[in-house]
Design a binder for this molecule. Sequence first.
Ligand SMILES: C[S@@+](CC[C@H](N)C(=O)[O-])C[C@H]1O[C@@H](n2cnc3c(N)ncnc32)[C@H](O)[C@@H]1O
Length: 261
Amino acid sequence: MDWRAFFTQHRSTLESHYPGLTPHRFLREAEEIGGDGAAFLMGVPFAYQLGYAEFVHHKFTVTPDVLIPRSETEQLFELVDQAIKNHPAWRRLVDVGTGSGCLGLSLAHAHPMLSATLADISPAALAVAKENARKLGLHSVLFSEGDLLKDIVGLFDIIVTNPPYIPRSAQGVHAMTDRHEPHLALYVEDTQYEAFFMRLFDQSARRLTSDGMFFMEGHEDRLVECVQWAKAAKLTQVQIHKDLTGRLRFLTAQAPRAPLG
Ligand SMILES: C[S@@+](CC[C@H](N)C(=O)[O-])C[C@H]1O[C@@H](n2cnc3c(N)ncnc32)[C@H](O)[C@@H]1O
């Protein structure tokens, strides 16, 4: 296949499907992916066509059942990674809404003393996370299928989560994401938004050890409200952190002052 000629012929379609695409990047991806180019014309993300995405230092298998790991989520990894270095006694971690497992598995790989649980409501996503755990040689990771932390027992030193956080009313802003990535990973109904995050904060407040910490990625327009909901759930030291583009992106919090009943 002459990918250079393909790019020249379909340039405007390709550039609308893949924002910021350069000819060099397209040629690099197309040479590796191969095929007849039909998937490029439909805007199928490169990672789904390749079957993997890079996150931190690893290649994670991705399928259309899981969100493609994003670069801003690597900054969430870094926040947690640094906190773990500052708390050498921490042992138990849960990654809620694990998808490909990129967050929980990268942290478990970097900190072998951690025992990690990966949780997701999607059995198909958990199957991908299991495959990634196997490929990283992380054989003692536990997996839990269910709604947030509802079916998970025990206390955790670290609760990390990149939950779905785009309000349904903003659906379609990123057309190719909307068309190709799992809506379960992206959207929360506007009418359920507060209830969903209150549930997450309340369950997390009840599952943190006394010096444990909660780490979350969220929506820049909704994080300020999330702070109020997290405080209402009795989490303490609730803070917002910006990502490298200056957007409000992460929320961290500490355990309640006294254990909740
Ligand atoms: C934004 S994706 C994050 C995936 C991965 N952690 C990452 O950072 O790339 C959110 C994940 O949460 C899962 N999810 C959605 N609703 C959930 C719920 N109520 N309980 C548990 N997981 C849920 C989705 O299946 C999806 O895998």
